[in-house]
Write a new protein. Structure first.
Ligand code: DGL
Length: 264
């Protein structure tokens, strides 16, 4: 069986890249729902249905574990998938999200308990980061900011316009000592964000923490680890294959990659 990675689009390739660098021995399948990205402005029910269909697809393709790299899908769908859907339809298989690892890293890093979260509209309005941070740190003070314009900047090769937009989004975050980048695409802006936040603010970027968490999970579940094949294969699947998707994937991954189109 393989390790599946799911994102609403291509931003999750950033985590995929860091995962395949850190744990190169495993076989991976990436699925980006490029036909329906962005999820960040959609309703809870729609995000749940899209995520469930993507996970069904990855399990049908022989994945034993799926990493939901998409924060929006992790925030809106993961709880129900893990609690209700998986035990009934895919017993013995695992789905992991990216919110709790980011919350844990933020709580470990903060000295003042003042933590910022930058994410999509859906992730912010779900309150999922606030809940996870509150479970880990009773007196945490969370400042959440929705930053919906950053995803289209990446998807449209327009990151050169990011600086003033980011400056505006960061304005309410003065006073935090730790900032979670709670969206697949934001690691591309981490240096710009770190510069604008200034010294003394720790930036939590999921591409830097998820590989270690997946590693720990597989060590803690040796039975599952044994079933994951280790032929170093990589497959990249999308639901809409456009020139722009191919270019963006090449830019994110640093080389041309073969991508196939699938239907969910
Ligand atoms: N993948 C989404 C996330 O991490 C960002 C793109 C989208 O809105 O679908 O929240």
């Amino acid at each position: 069986m393989k390790i599946g990675i799911f994102d609403s689009g291509l931003g999750g390739l950033i985590i995929t890249h860091s995962l395949t660098q850190a744990l190169p021995q495993y076989d991976y399948v990436y699925l980006g729902d490029t036909a329906r990205v962005p999820y960040g402005n959609r309703s809870h029910d729609t995000i749940y249905e899209f995520t469930r269909a993507a996970i069904d697809h990855l399990f049908a393709r022989g994945c034993g574990i799926v990493i939901v790299a998409c924060n929006t899908a992790s925030a809106e769908a993961l709880h129900k998938l893990q609690g209700e859907y998986l035990p009934k339809h895919h017993p013995g298989k695992a789905v992991l999200g990216v919110l709790i690892p980011a919350a844990e890293a933020a709580v470990a890093a903060t000295k003042t308990g003042r933590i910022g979260v930058l994410a999509t509209n859906a992730t912010i309005s779900s309150g999922a980061f606030d809940r996870e941070l509150g479970k880990l740190f009773l007196d945490v003070q969370v400042t959440s900011v929705a930053a919906p314009l950053l995803v289209p900047l990446v998807e449209n090769d327009a990151t050169k316009w990011a600086a003033p937009i980011i400056a505006d989004y960061l304005r309410p975050l003065g006073g935090v000592d730790t900032l979670i980048l709670g969206c697949t695409h934001y690691p591309l802006f981490k240096h710009l964000i770190a510069d604008q936040m200034g010294h003394g603010v720790t930036i939590i970027s999921q591409d830097e923490i998820i590989p270690a968490k997946v590693h720990q999970y597989l060590i803690a579940h040796p039975g599952l680890d044994l079933t994951i094949s280790k032929q170093r294969s990589r497959e990249f699947l999308v639901t809409d294959l456009t020139d722009q998707a191919v270019q963006l994937a090449a830019r994110l991954y640093g080389k041309p990659i073969k991508i196939d189109r699938v239907e969910l």
